[in-house]
Ligand binder design. Structure first.
Ligand SMILES: [Zn+2]
Ligand SMILES: [Zn+2]
Length: 338
């Protein structure tokens, strides 16, 4: 299957995404594929009732029960960030400290009225540094039972961005409906920059010997999340994976070939992980702790209503990133969940 990611990366600095090019392909639309037990092709979602802001209009890239990622607009811009991420082994733990600013450029958020994306999605949120401190098991093990994935952060990418599940605030297929930047990311209402699928800017490097993707991030249960390529370099599909979107075989783990469970990003829904195979770490919740629901969009904003992007460029990075949690006042005006 042809990957759209290289194409999107090439278009990173372009201002307008031209929706006319060869190589288009269809992906199954994941809308409605939400389960209350582990089920392949589904998100086993902790949240089953949805209502919130998000993209308010679909475009021609959605056709019935399929969508074409090559045809979807992207949020314009290429802003560089002072990304900070450190991943260390500390005893039995793997500790991730990060400011959640990605090591690649992002689009301009809130989405500007001059942006073609604005016709579909008026995400008014600005990207803001977060205080990420994740303590994960360094040697994760299977839980007695798989568990559901919450809204908000379910993993963290090596690029410094958070990983969310496949759902937008309305419970729909987020990569299909939401307009993200050229790196497949966007901020939720606390400003947390995140992906719902493999970022075009998270280079899917592969092991030279066997072609398996390299590690791309960690799920909150400590298991690794790898790129699109599985054993022998084949592109992984849901059929190769269990309900949680993982499988067991030998991968490079902590620098060593290790037979271990791991997740994969896929091109098809649910894109990231469908449930937790291990026991997820409990996130401390509170403002600034980046553990809130995926309130991506212009919450409570009716189509056609004036949106409120406040700034062209992001605020300066905050200090004290690795100390106490950064508590900050909530964004005003978009707190309601539609
Ligand atoms: Zn694999
Ligand atoms: Zn999102």
């Amino acid at each position: 299957m042809k990957t759209p990611h290289a194409l999107r990366l090439a278009l990173l600095s372009s201002c307008v995404f031209a929706a006319t090019h060869a190589g288009a392909h269809d992906l199954p639309l994941g809308d409605g594929a939400i389960s209350t037990t582990p089920q392949i092709d589904n998100v086993y979602s902790c949240q089953t009732r949805f209502g919130g802001g998000g993209a308010f209009r679909d475009g021609g890239w959605i056709n019935g029960d399929t969508w074409d990622s090559d045809l979807k607009p992207v949020v314009d811009g290429a802003i560089d960030w002072p990304s900070e991420i450190a991943i260390s082994r500390e005893g039995d733990a793997r500790v991730i400290r990060a400011n959640n600013l990605p090591d690649h450029p992002t689009g301009v958020f809130g989405i500007q009225p001059s942006d073609d994306a604005y016709a579909y999605d008026r995400n008014p949120n600005r990207i803001r540094a977060q205080n990420i401190l994740l303590t994960l098991p360094a040697k994760p093990t299977a839980a007695a039972e798989e568990s559901c994935v919450p809204m908000g952060m379910i993993g963290f990418a090596t690029s410094g961005a958070a990983i969310f599940n496949a759902l937008d605030a309305l419970g729909r297929d987020a990569p299909a409906h939401e307009i993200q930047d050229a790196c497949n990311g966007h901020p939720e209402r606390n400003g947390q920059y995140h992906y719902h699928d493999l970022s075009a800017c998270l280079t899917d490097t592969r092991n030279e010997a066997h072609g398996h993707s390299d590690l791309a991030g960690y799920a909150l249960d400590g298991f690794g999340i790898y790129g699109l390529h599985g054993e022998d370099g084949e592109v992984v599909t849901n059929a190769d994976l269990d309900a949680c979107h993982g499988h067991v075989h030998t991968v490079i783990w902590d620098g060593e070939p290790t037979e271990i469970y791991h997740y994969h990003f896929t091109e098809e829904y649910p894109y990231t992980i469908g449930c937790f195979h291990g026991t997820p770490t409990q996130l401390r919740t509170g403002r600034g702790m980046a553990a809130g629901p995926d309130i991506d969009g212009p919450n409570g904003l009716a189509p056609g209503a004036p949106a409120g992007p406040r700034a062209l460029r992001a605020p300066p990075p905050r200090r004290h990133l690795f100390g106490r949690p950064l508590f900050r006042p909530p964004l005003r005006g978009y707190e309601r969940r539609g």
